[in-house]
Write a protein that binds this ligand. Structure first.
Ligand code: SF4
Length: 383
């Protein structure tokens, strides 16, 4: 890769240090610059202005509670038709989800659950009692549940407004909503890849209402399929504007498209250079987001460790239960299922940063923090 001087980066650095939002044209210059090292330096400087030498990780429990879904997103390898693919169906009763979260102990700060649009699971009747049970047994663990697509589905099902359904979920203890289902907001592209999913403007409206009600959230972007660079930058600008209107996003998470077992298989895999460029561009475009997450399950631990030099300041979580992540493993990821927190600390320190354990809303914990009176939780499993 050529490494020459790029005058466009000089002007972009001036804007970034002055806190001036970058334009889509600036973003294109960042994506196209031949000087990858200078791009990395700009993003790293911006990361260090935001979070200094800290890089975050969370001890969490990750569960896919159902893979039944009829939205038929073309990039999806996870969803199954419960009648046609009976041998692949996963649909956990609430007791099973609860027990699964606890099966490797109670020392974690986040319960992260997402699933498909399953008509027999995605309802308030299923979720509100389960959420209250989690809160009673594990008051130290934040509930990081659903995506905006799941909230949109439940709102329609129960004929509630977004404000009403979110108030119900908040009342049962929802702390944070995961950033999935954002995919790509650009309407023409979105129609081609996920025509039946929540519309982009509704995704933004749901997150803005979450923030108004005091619930935090993250945001994602699915890249590396049929979208253009302009689509990616339009997506980032819409998120930046949404954060201006209704602050509450903590982290932006770039999700690399995985091609195995879905209709967009011809798009192939993203490259390591595209991955780290995307981390850097996101860090520079999203001046009003505090965190850029390098999610090891998606890009792999090695790329994510390099991403720490390209603007990322978070490596997501341990995923520590005996359950298996299905969304990306169905689509061909070669990442494992769990990462020990000692491994996060080793990778972060080797990159020259300071590992910091967090929860969903970025409260910080000592690495060896443990919840008090965890024994009571097991009695609730048996109840
Ligand atoms: S991406 Fe989500 S909403 Fe779309 S088909 Fe897959 S599980 Fe369903």
């Amino acid at each position: 890769m050529t490494q020459g001087k790029d005058p466009a980066l000089v002007e972009i650095e001036r804007k970034v240090t002055a806190g001036i939002p970058l334009s889509i044209e600036d973003g294109l210059s960042l994506y196209r610059t031949p000087n990858l090292h200078e791009l990395g330096r700009l993003a790293r400087d911006q990361k260090e202005r935001k979070s200094g030498k800290k890089v975050f990780y969370v001890l969490n429990r990750y569960i896919n509670s159902t893979n039944i879904c009829y939205a038929n997103c073309r990039f999806c390898s996870f969803a199954v038709d419960e009648f046609k693919e009976k041998d692949r169906v996963v649909r956990m009763p609430a007791d099973e989800v609860f027990a699964k979260a606890l099966e490797t102990g109670t020392n974690f700060n986040q319960i992260h659950i997402v699933g498909g649009h399953d008509p027999r699971q995605l309802s308030l009747d299923y979720w509100l009692p389960l959420m209250r049970r989690f809160k009673e047994a594990l008051p130290h663990a934040q509930l990081s549940l659903f995506t905006a697509a799941e909230i949109d589905y439940m709102a329609k099902r129960h004929r509630m407004s977004y404000s009403e359904i979110i108030a119900q979920l908040k009342g049962a203890g929802l702390d944070n909503v995961n950033g999935g289902a954002a995919e790509i907001f650009a309407e023409e592209t979105r129609k081609k890849i996920c025509p039946n999913k929540v519309e982009g403007e509704s995704w933004l409206a749901i997150h803005e209402e979450l923030h108004r009600q005091g619930i935090a959230s993250n945001a994602t972007m699915l890249y590396g399929h049929i979208e253009s660079l302009e689509d990616r930058l339009d997506h980032l600008v819409r998120l930046r504007q949404s954060q201006e209107r209704s602050p509450g996003y903590n982290a932006f998470v770039p999700l690399a498209f995985h091609p195995d077992g879905n209709e967009l298989n011809d798009c192939g895999w993203t490259s390591g250079v595209d991955d780290i460029r995307t981390f850097a561009v996101a860090r520079l475009m999203l001046h009003n987001f505090d965190h850029i997450k390098a999610y090891w399950m998606i890009q792999g631990l090695k790329v994510c460790q390099v991403a720490l030099q390209f603007g990322a300041d978070d490596m997501d979580g341990t995923h520590g239960s005996t359950d298996e992540e299905m969304i990306y493993h169905s689509a061909g990821t070669s990442s494992g299922q769990h990462v020990d927190d000692r491994e996060f600390r080793r990778l972060i320190e080797e990159s020259g940063y300071v590992p910091v354990r967090r929860n969903s809303t970025y409260q910080e914990f000592a690495w060896d923090w443990a919840p008090p009176a965890a024994e009571g939780a097991y009695e609730l499993v048996r109840a």
